[in-house]
Design a protein around this ligand. Structure first.
Ligand SMILES: [Zn+2]
Length: 431
């Protein structure tokens, strides 16, 4: 029932892909790119426009998504067959991914790209993940030009590696994300550095492990840079850091290939010939054998592994082996969705299911709150304010209802002349 419903919803993208001329992709995150491989099989024959870094990142992330689906389906089907039930299918496979990647048209930030007669688009750095962009579309008809800016996901200032979000270019209509439309972030400042410093000292004193579940793309590279910074400032003596995720290794290679996305500091290291993500104490783990060896190893060390919410992947093995030792610390650096193992650990459960087996937790839990890659409410309001002249219409999208409505109301209160709307999903609006 529920699984079939999810499958149907993922296959059905709500419109006819044959009628689609082109796709403009703001960034590679799977909640934005994940359905692309479904398109060619349903008759889409256009191109996908995106930045060059997004093209490389989306390629490896979609490949990984196909691999995970095939693996999960095989596992479920083995169990279902035993019960004589019908089989599930992946929504797409590696072949579908290859077909859509061939249609990628990587562009540079700021270039005007011709999408169709009278229609051009340009990509503007959104500072959210490598290659992320706000996309501006210009449409000219009968001498009139209408400009629409889609924010994509907006990032924050002062994030490691990435440049700050570019100020928004002028537009008539703004389509604005609202993920954190009703929330403010903690600042990622001195306090956070001290907390990280204490953790590394703790691991050294107790010869224990810091287990860090983290998304393989973006967050992992950010953590590496932040730890390198602590070492560089002489705040900590380095301890071995193991990045145990094949996808993280591949993503880091993509990061290295795209210095055009770097901020000034990262660019300095890059220009002086230094490997931005390497250091004698940083080890990328690729083979499963190497990964297993970490289980038996003693600390002190940091193990950064995925998935970020502990729903699968190698992190589960590391948790299984480390969770019963009270000297170890499980360090959360990102949002944990409801019903995930990560959420249970953050909520302080004493017994958690690991591979289906109730397991006593003795390791400590520490959470960092200041590491979001998303603009918060104040950043989003500042983004609207910075558009000169102000747009005549703003559509608030891509957030839970509460977040979107709250942000919409705040924009309306500040700018009574703007026509602010919070549209229902799949509704149609004339510009
Ligand atoms: Zn995103």
């Amino acid at each position: 029932g529920r699984r079939q419903e999810a499958y149907r919803r993922n296959q059905d993208i709500g419109f006819d892909p044959k009628s689609l001329g082109a796709v403009l992709l703001s960034h590679a995150h799977i909640d934005h790119s994940g359905a692309l491989p479904v398109l060619p099989g349903q008759g889409f024959s256009g191109k996908v426009y995106l930045t060059r870094a997004s093209a490389d990142l989306a390629g490896i992330m979609l490949e990984d998504s196909a691999r995970v689906q095939e693996y999960d389906c095989r596992y479920v089907n083995k169990q279902e067959r035993r019960r004589g039930k019908t089989c599930v299918q992946p929504i797409y496979d590696a072949d579908d991914v290859r077909k859509i990647v061939k249609r990628f048209e990587g562009t540079r930030y700021g270039d005007q790209v011709k999408i169709a007669p009278r229609l051009t688009a340009s990509f503007h750095d959104a500072g959210h993940i490598l290659g992320s962009a706000a996309v501006r579309v210009k449409y000219t008809a009968r001498g009139n030009t209408t400009t629409v800016l889609f924010s994509g996901d907006l990032g924050r200032s002062h994030m490691p590696i990435l440049r700050d979000p570019e100020p928004p270019p002028a537009c008539d209509v703004l389509i604005l994300e609202s993920t954190y439309g009703d929330r403010l972030h903690e600042q990622a400042g001195e306090e956070m550095k001290r907390k990280a410093q204490d953790l590394i000292e703790h691991a050294r004193t107790h010869k224990s492990k810091l287990i860090v579940p983290a998304f393989a793309v973006g967050r992992t590279q950010e953590l590496v840079m932040r730890i390198k910074e602590l070492v560089g400032e002489g705040r900590v003596e380095p301890i071995p850091i193991y990045i145990d995720s094949p996808l993280a290794g591949k993503a880091t290679e993509v990061f290295k290939r795209h210095p055009e996305c770097y901020d000034e500091e990262t660019m300095k290291t890059f220009s002086s010939g230094g490997d931005v993500f390497a250091s004698r104490y940083i080890h990328f783990v690729s083979s499963p054998e190497e990964s297993k060896r970490l289980n038996a190893m003693r600390g002190p060390c940091v193990i950064i592994s995925s998935s970020g919410m502990c729903e699968g992947g190698r992190i589960i093995h590391h948790l299984k082996h480390a969770i019963q030792d009270e000297a170890n610390v499980i360090v959360f650096v990102g949002f944990q969705a409801e019903h995930t193992l990560g959420r249970k650990l953050v909520e302080g459960w004493d017994v958690v299911p690991i591979f289906g087996i109730p397991t006593k937790r003795r390791a400590q839990i520490v959470k960092f709150n200041g590491l979001s890659a998303h603009a918060d409410r104040n950043d989003l309001l500042a983004y609207v304010r910075a558009i000169n002249p102000l747009p005549s219409k703003v559509f608030v999208v891509h957030g839970e209802e509460k977040q979107a409505l709250s942000l919409g109301a705040a924009i309306q209160a500040e700018h009574p002349k703007i026509d602010v709307r919070v549209p229902h999903p799949a509704s149609t609006h004339e510009l």
